[in-house]
Structure formats: C-alpha cells, structure tokens
Ligand binder design. Structure first.
Ligand code: ADP
Ligand code: MG
Ligand code: ZN
Length: 305
C-alpha cells in the first residue's frame, strides 16, 4: 500500500478522522460527537485508523489558528480547545509531522486538491453551517490569512453576531441566523406554520424545519431563505471585488436549501460585483461535503512533506 496521511476535522458538533491515500481517497473514516476534551478524542480516533504507512497527521479545527505553534487562539464554538498546542499533544503520542489549520481553510484545500475547486487557480470557499467558515485558494495555493469571511461586516449597526461584534455576514446568512429570525418573527406574532412546531419550544427550531415549512408554502420561511440569499449575495460580491476569484464554492448544511436562496444570491451578486470581475465567477456547490475538512487536512500534510 502507498503512503497515507490522517486528516482530522474538529468541528462544533463532531470530530471526524480519516486515513487518506496520496490521491485523496478515504481509506478509513471514523466520527464521534465533540467532547469536553477534543484532543484526547482526536488521539483515540487517530489510534483507530493510523497504519504503518501513515506519514503525518493534519488537523482542521474551527477557530483562529496560529499556524506556527499549532494553537487555536479563538474559538467561539469550541472554547475548550483554546491555547492548547495541538501539534505538541499529537506529536507526543504519534511522533509524526503534524499540520494544524483552520477547518474551513482545510476544507478549501480539500476542494482544490480533489473536489469542485480542482480546475480553478483562485476561489473562495464558504461553509454555510451553524455559522459561516471561509477559506481562500489564491494563485493555486491556500491563502494564509484568517479568511474569516463570516465576520465580514455587511451592516454597520446590524444584528449582534456570535463573535461579539455587530452586522457580520454570519449574523444574517447562517443556520443560526435563520433560526433566530424565525423565532423572532414567531414571538412578534407573525402568521406562520412554524408556530405549530416543536410543541411550543421554538428554540428547538432548525434550518431543516424552516426549509420544510418553506417547501410547504410557508411565507415567513420562504422570505427567510430569500433574505438569506440576498445577504449571501452581498457577501459574495465583496469577496469577488477583493479577490477576483474564478469561483465561489459553497458548502455546509444550508446547501440543502439551495433552490430557495441561490437565485436571489446570484441576483444580488451581479448587482454589486464590479462588472469586469463578475463574468468569470462561477458560483457552485462543494463536491466533498462532510469529508472535505479531513481530506484537506490530510492533503496539507502531503503538501508539507
Ligand atoms: P456545522 O458544521 O456548523 O455543524 P453543518 O454544515 O453540518 O454545520 O450544517 C448544519 C446547519 O445546516 C444547521 O443549522 C442545520 O439546521 C442546517 N441545515 C441542514 N439541512 C438543511 C436544509 N435542508 N435547509 C436548511 N438548513 C439546513
Ligand atoms: Mg477560515
Ligand atoms: Zn461576527
């Protein structure tokens, strides 16, 4: 068998670990819910998939990563991982090279390596999940900035964001944002079939439930996805104006509602992107889905050797 690299994806909900071949195929994958000690969980998962052919371990983690030290410096969704040297903890146990990267950046690298981004030299990847993650491939390689595209500010005095700031894209165009909007509308007494949901516990609403209500013709739910699309379009226009990418690749759970938001997202995008920059931009879906982060993290290991 050829060389492999282990890719780990530490997210706000799950940890995934996959052993990946040199051509980007998953040889074996494991997943478990996030625990209070994610590094120990990661080490146990690595133990379950590592082989004698494994040449290194890549970790994608939801948060701002100091790439030099392999430490997370900020993570609103996984506070228990902040300030621990992930590199050192994993190296002590496995004695192999370790690469630590932001999860969405690893995702973007995975799409570039063996996914929808393969044919593009420049693209921006957005993960539309509970929040919004971002990764940028620039001139064929991972752009080593923070790429915190979810915290691009699109309303000066806008809605409060999970980061503590106001008016971020994530506060308008994420899974959390659409649920918040639905709950607020219900509390204001707006007419919607969502009111019959969750035995009156509206905090149990999810993006999927709002999606299903929209398919059933619920006006509030349909409007929520149209607004989601408008804001996403504004955010994508700013990204195109800054980076002139060939593509914007969208991933994450919200892709499930693609048909309900993409038309308005494209319309807003075309209205706001500078004319010479917009023709070349394809707005497309990610192809690796939930495995992209682990695949990309493993790809970064092969690249670093
Ligand atoms: P994370 O990595 O942040 O946990 P995911 O990419 O798994 O996020 O996406 C989860 C989010 O996507 C949740 O907010 C969920 O409600 C939402 N979601 C999943 N499926 C759909 C759908 N069909 N329509 C709208 N939202 C959806
Ligand atoms: Mg990122
Ligand atoms: Zn923010």
């Amino acid at each position: 068998m050829g060389k492999t690299a282990v890719g780990i994806d530490i997210g706000g909900t799950n940890i995934r670990a996959s052993n990946i071949s040199e051509d980007g195929r998953i040889i074996k994958g494991l997943k478990e819910p996030l625990s209070s000690s994610p590094i120990e969980s990661a080490i146990a998962l690595i133990d379950g998939i590592i082989t004698d052919d494994t040449v290194g371990i890549g970790v994608g983690v939801a948060g701002i990563v100091d790439r030099g030290s392999g430490r997370v410096t900020l993570s609103p969704n996984i506070p228990q991982i902040v300030d621990i040297s992930i590199t050192r903890a994993i190296q002590e146990r496995f004695h192999l090279p370790v690469v630590v990267e932001n999860d969405a950046d690893a995702y973007a690298y995975g799409e570039k390596w063996v996914g929808s981004g393969k044919g593009f030299k420049d693209f921006v990847l957005l993960t539309l999940g509970t929040g919004i993650g971002g990764g940028i491939i620039y001139d064929g390689d991972l752009f080593k900035g923070a790429a915190e595209v979810g915290h691009m500010i699109i309303e000066g005095e806008g809605v409060k964001c999970a980061c503590g700031g106001y008016g971020c894209l994530e506060a308008y165009a994420s899974g959390r944002a659409i649920v918040n909007k639905a709950v607020e509308a219900i509390e204001k007494g707006q007419d919607t079939i969502l009111r019959a949901c969750c035995n009156g516990n509206f905090y149990k609403l999810t993006g999927e439930l709002i999606y299903r209500a929209a398919l059933d013709g619920d006006n509030l739910s349909r409007e929520i996805f149209r607004d989601f699309g408008r804001y996403l379009g504004i955010g994508m226009a700013t990204l195109a104006n800054l980076f002139s990418p060939e593509a914007i690749i969208l991933g994450g759970g919200l892709l499930g509602a693609w048909d309900l938001f993409i038309e308005l997202a494209r319309k807003e995008f075309h209205r706001r992107t500078l004319a010479p920059l917009q023709q070349k931009v394809s707005i497309i879906k990610s192809s690796l889905g939930q495995d992209a982060g682990a695949i990309g993290a493993a790809g970064l290991v092969f690249k670093s050797l």
